[in-house]
Design a protein around this ligand. Structure first.
Ligand code: C2O
Length: 546
């Protein structure tokens, strides 16, 4: 196994997109940031040096960080942020994981520009369960604001209104030629006729599920969130923020140029960025036009589903299966039911500039009616490890305090969450089931829920209210997909299972950053087991202080 030592220098750099230049926060001057390529079993030591004016921390999204929450990254959950001028070395090991993951800032909205791919090859000599193409292409889908993303966040936090929608989506940092001033930067991927490549698609967008497609070509899906799937073919994928999907693509069409494109899947009845990002798949030696006006023939454009095509999004997600029989817990020790949804906080003075949400309110979001507040004087993990009181409470309710009809028509009295820094304790090795139910409050919406420190199995999902008597009978306990982020269907529910075998404080939250900022989050505290190898490691000496 190899040991990878690297520096991530966080620094502002001028980045020009959509005709204008902004000072963007970058890693080593790169946007998107560097791609990390490692093998299962390798260890990493990444020193993050903060030369920006903002606090920052970096999260290795999907890495399990076994007994090592100190390297996980979410600010005020597992560490205090790295202050300007300071540094911290994330030391961690890849233990029994392979595939496509990614890394991103986990500090307010800095992940808008601070993100990159993290690719894990199998151990030397270990084969893939499918025939692996020679060439691998990371496709990072992102979102671009024609202003400083931190100003977008500040405006939303100050006024209590929804955040401004983005001005463009991007593929590997470039909006593509459907946007102003973006033709020259459009990414072109050369491909040989007959060649098969693997696309590692990562949704790094802040707030948006996306449909992704390549004109005239089919995808074979082979992996999601660093877990292999039973291969199946499709012309379009739906991918939520935080998720990754690997697909194989064969250049089996007439030599030419074909657009790959991504645009919103937006189930909510709310404003969204309705633009389309493109890159060009370009066959090597594709013919050009003859005679006058010679040049390349315009690329073919793919057919993408409509923005509100929940049927296509659901059909895609429902086809995912683990590649073999999965070690899903067949029994459940902890049966949890968490509501996820938006809310509105009433203001004493509805005309205040800080109450620009609907009807003089402020936007909020909650799980089991608790709107999560980050502690500021220490991290939850440090407080948990040291037994320090006053940072968090352990009274996160395992079921919602009030049950109601989650399909809408909820009385306004139930729209207002309570605030707290509440965690839920799990015994070491408990078999956990969580049903996540969208409340449909304000609007039914897909909430891509991410659990740190774990991979889980998605055993069932549906629309409307979860029925505890009839729905579990239809759970897939044989080959459900394994993931680290799963969309709660709009106006519906999804059920996940995992074994609580990784002690520590682990964040669970909606990967739509505006919802996270409004409090759609909670923390699991997983207790230590008996042995040294079942207990949290000691914190590193350079762990940042608050
Ligand atoms: Cu990719 Cu807590 O996030």
């Amino acid at each position: 196994a190899e040991h990878h030592v690297q520096q991530f220098v966080i620094q502002p750099r001028p980045v020009k997109r959509l005709c204008r230049t902004h000072q963007s926060i970058t890693v080593n001057g790169q946007f998107p940031g560097p791609t990390l390529i490692v093998r299962n079993g390798d260890s990493l030591a990444i020193t993050v040096i903060n030369r920006a004016r903002y606090n920052i921390s970096i999260h290795w999204h999907g890495i399990r960080q076994l007994r090592n929450p100190w390297a996980d990254g979410p600010e005020y959950i597992t560490q205090c942020p790295i202050r300007p001028g300071q540094s911290y070395t994330y030391r961690f090991k890849i233990e029994d994981q392979e595939g496509t993951l990614w890394w991103h800032a986990h500090s307010r909205w800095l992940r808008a520009t601070v993100y990159g791919a993290l690719i894990i090859y199998p151990r030397l000599g270990v084969p893939y369960p499918f025939s692996m193409p020679k060439r691998d292409i990371p496709i990072l889908l992102g979102e671009w604001w024609d202003r400083n993303p931190m100003d977008v966040l500040r405006q939303a936090q100050f006024t209590g209104a929804a955040a401004n929608v983005s001005d463009a989506y991007t593929i590997n940092g470039q909006p593509g030629d459907l946007y102003r001033c973006s033709r020259a930067g459009t990414i072109r991927f050369p491909i040989f006729p007959g060649e098969t490549v693997q696309l590692r698609v990562i949704n790094a967008a802040m707030n948006q599920e996306l449909f992704f497609s390549v004109a005239n070509h089919q995808f074979t899906v082979v992996e999601t969130d660093s877990a292999y799937t039973k291969p199946f073919t499709t012309s379009v994928i739906m991918i939520g923020p935080g998720q990754t999907t690997n697909v194989l693509l064969t250049a089996n069409q007439r030599p030419g140029r074909y657009y790959m494109a991504a645009r919103a899947y937006n189930s909510a009845n709310a404003p969204f960025d309705n633009t389309t990002t493109t890159a060009i798949l370009q066959y090597v030696n594709a013919p050009t036009r003859r005679g006058r006006g010679r040049g390349q023939i315009a690329p073919v454009f793919p057919v993408l589903p409509g923005f509100n095509d929940t049927a296509t999004a659901t059909a895609f997600t429902n086809r995912l299966r683990y590649w073999k029989r999965a070690p899903v817990p067949q029994q459940v020790d902890e049966n949890l039911f968490f509501t996820v949804g938006l809310g509105l906080i009433n203001c004493s003075n509805p005309n205040s500039p800080r109450c620009q949400g609907p009807n003089g309110t402020r936007f909020a979001a909650s799980m089991n009616n608790m709107s999560f507040v980050l502690p500021r004087s220490n991290s939850v993990m440090q407080a948990y490890y040291q037994g320090m009181p006053g940072i968090f409470t352990t009274d996160f309710p395992p079921v919602p305090p009030v049950q109601f009809d989650y399909t809408g028509n909820v009385s306004r009295g139930l729209w207002q969450p309570i605030k707290g820094t509440k965690a839920y304790k799990l015994k070491y090795k408990a078999n956990v089931q969580i049903v996540l139910q969208d409340t449909s409050i304000v609007t039914p919406e897909n909430h891509p829920m991410h659990l740190h420190g774990y991979q889980f199995y998605v055993v069932g999902s549906g629309f409307g209210n979860f029925n505890p008597r009839t729905d579990p009978a239809r759970f897939n306990l044989f080959d459900p997909p394994e993931r680290n982020t799963i969309g709660t269907p709009p106006g519906g529910w999804v059920a996940i299972r995992f074994v609580a075998d990784n002690p520590g404080a682990w964040f669970m939250h909606c990967h739509i950053d505006s919802h996270l900022g409004w409090g759609l989050a909670m923390v699991f505290l997983v207790e230590n087991g008996r042995g040294r190898l079942q207990s949290v490691q000691a914190p590193p000496l350079d762990l940042p202080r608050c």
